[in-house]
Design a protein around this ligand. Structure first.
Ligand SMILES: [Zn+2]
Length: 99
């Protein structure tokens, strides 16, 4: 049992919303990313659990079923963000060289 972050009412550990004031008890951000080419019907779902400090990736098939999932901690998520941002930074660098 824990306390609601808004009204401090008692909230069970499994409750996602406070039963007294309906405040969400878990900060979770979710985004879907569509597959491409032969995998265009599939999707990558990325869930960021703000309070818990981890990011979960799951691969969804064309029927809406999760096929696999993995969670990474904030340090690994930050490293992934840098890895994905490298191409944009390199493209910007080469664009400036062409001018
Ligand atoms: Zn509450």
């Amino acid at each position: 049992m824990r306390r609601c972050r808004e009204c401090e009412g008692a909230v069970g550990d499994s409750h996602r919303f406070c039963p007294w004031c309906a405040t969400p008890q878990r900060a979770k951000l979710v985004e879907f990313f569509a597959g491409t080419g032969d995998e265009s019907g599939r999707a990558l779902r990325v869930s960021r659990y703000v309070d818990e400090g981890h990011v979960r990736f799951s691969v969804w098939d064309e029927t809406g079923r999760a096929e696999a999932a993995v969670s990474i901690d904030e340090d690994e998520a930050r490293r992934l963000g840098l890895f994905l941002g490298v191409r944009d930074r390199l493209s910007s660098f080469f664009e400036r060289l062409r001018v």
